[in-house]
Design a binder for this molecule. Structure first.
Ligand SMILES: [Zn+2]
Length: 511
């Protein structure tokens, strides 16, 4: 029997959020070790409330195909929703638990590590590379296979530390388990001596492009189809395009491509290069511009027929909690209160301070207080409201939650992340989606699938917050970055980031 350890440490970081991610967030989100982890990955749910089956379930299904040859060794799984950078403490404790878990696991023949790919930590550059190096120090040269979200950022240090890196091939993401299985099969094949994974990659000085970046829509569809074709035909074991989380603070941030072949260096290089060119060709197709909150409310009001059949969903694209925003923004809330009168509107805001005021109240109590604008006071101000407490709940993932009735608004105030992505966010606190005219979400893509039964019209609005696309332009980069700057050629930066030429030489060439 060959023994393959599996573990996950995953969080997507928005470097602009002033709310640090701490150990408590992982413990409240998802933290499992040993047999409990094995059970969750085998029978599910893998992450209750979020994923029935994800990467680790996929890995276990790959193991089940080779049950007589492979022993899966559960180490740990820590996951929490997107947010600000991990505190240094939080990162170092998770790292230590991972290293300790691997040490205690006994002799290992391989490791599968599920990482988000866009995790940041205060005071630590490229923390996921550090995790890979720490794992290497314990397990030595055994096969190490890594999976990433396609919003991850590839770096030279990661490519050097891992034997193979694979990423999701869907956006919105719906192939977590499939990618875990793919990573598992590569790890198993390598451990058993059947495969010799050979990896090549390219990195682009580009943080936004590819239009809406949806895998099944133009302009990215052709890229994702090419990747699928390469895998189907046996040209490669795995091919990935990583489209980056633009608010992830790494000077070497940028879209990247990576191909893993079975002992075919030239083939891997060819594929990575071809995909990089295909991505670069799509760089000028930028994300769509969004209307203001007032424009969105006017559109919602005029959609009376659609509101009869369901609701109008308004996504606050500037405060997307699932992309790491604090979720405390009051810009859209303020506009809905002032301008959406007569329209029953469900909305959400994160405010732990307001929760401590509201929690002692009972349903029916009249209250007057300020909500929101406390976690990121530089970007939005508290909104004074007066209304009635409708109900109180203590919910996994969201913490203490109070529903307030303020005129035509039903405001769900949460202690934890106000991650409005699924209808259950409102349904679980007694708000029927069929009754609402307008429903606020704080998500970019997955809600489109989840709200399909209810939503008759979707509007993204731009207010002002950490997930504005151009907010990422204030981050530090290792040179000109598309689309903030004019970049005429990607090859030199790619060669510099891959260590083929020095930054000094690139500077000389640029002059
Ligand atoms: Zn993602």
């Amino acid at each position: 029997m060959k023994r393959i350890a599996f573990a996950r440490i995953a969080q997507e970081t928005n470097a602009l959020s002033p709310v640090p991610t701490v150990l408590r967030d992982f413990e409240a989100g998802h933290y499992l070790v040993g047999d409990e982890l094995l059970a969750a990955a085998t029978t599910g749910p893998e992450v209750p409330g979020f994923f029935r089956r994800a990467e680790l379930a996929g890995f276990m299904s790959a193991v089940s195909e080779r049950r007589s040859e492979i022993e899966p060794v559960p180490v740990l799984s820590a996951w929490t929703s997107s947010g600000g950078p991990l505190s240094r403490d939080c990162f170092e404790i998770l790292e230590e638990w991972l290293v300790e878990g691997l040490r205690r696991a006994g002799p290992l023949d391989g490791v599968y590590l599920c990482l988000h790919g866009a995790m940041g930590a205060h005071g630590i550059a490229d923390p996921e590379s550090r995790l890979l190096r720490s794992v290497r120090r314990v397990v030595g040269g055994v096969p190490l296979v890594v999976s990433h979200d396609l919003h991850g950022n590839l770096t030279r240090a990661r490519v050097e530390a891992a034997d193979a890196i694979v990423a999701y091939q869907t956006n919105p993401h719906r192939d977590h388990a499939k990618i875990g299985a793919k990573a598992g099969r590569i790890a198993i094949g390598t451990v058993l001596g059947e495969l010799r994974p050979t990896m090549a990659w390219r990195t682009l000085p580009m943080i936004l492009g590819g239009g809406k970046t949806i895998d099944f829509l133009s302009p990215m569809r052709a890229v994702f189809r090419r990747m699928a074709r390469a895998e189907r035909s046996g040209e490669a074991l795995a091919v990935s395009t990583l489209m980056v989380h633009p608010w992830n603070d790494d000077p070497a941030l940028g879209w990247s491509t990576v191909a893993v072949t079975d002992d075919d260096t030239a083939g891997a290089e060819r594929l990575a290069e071809e995909l990089a060119e295909r991505c670069w060709e799509r760089r000028h197709e930028q994300p769509p511009a969004f209307p203001t909150a007032s424009e969105a409310i006017t559109q919602a009001r005029s959609s009376s027929f659609r509101r009869k059949l369901g609701c109008v969903t308004i996504s606050d694209a500037s405060d997307v909690v699932t992309a790491g925003a604090p979720g405390d923004s009051t810009h859209l809330l303020r506009a809905l209160l002032a301008e959406a009168s007569g329209l029953l509107t469900y909305c959400a805001v994160r405010d732990p301070q307001a929760i401590s005021t509201l929690w002692p109240c009972s349903a029916g109590d009249h209250v007057a207080l300020s909500i929101g604008g406390t976690l990121d006071p530089a970007r939005s101000q508290p909104l004074p409201v007066s209304g009635t407490v409708v109900s109180k709940h203590d919910q996994h993932g969201f913490g203490k939650t109070v529903v307030l009735e303020v005129q035509h608004l039903r405001i769900v105030v949460t202690e934890g992340p106000s991650m409005v992505m699924r209808p259950s966010f409102y349904k679980n606190v007694g708000l029927s989606l069929w009754k609402a005219d307008i429903v606020m979400v704080k998500n970019f893509f997955p809600f489109l699938m989840f709200f399909l039964p209810y939503s008759r019209k979707t509007i993204f609005v731009r207010t002002h917050g950490t997930t504005d696309f151009d907010a990422a332009f204030q981050l530090r980069f290792d040179g000109p970055m598309h689309p903030r700057d004019v970049v005429t050629d990607w090859h030199e930066r790619d060669r510099m980031r891959r260590g083929l030429v020095s930054a000094h030489e690139v500077g000389k060439l640029a002059r």
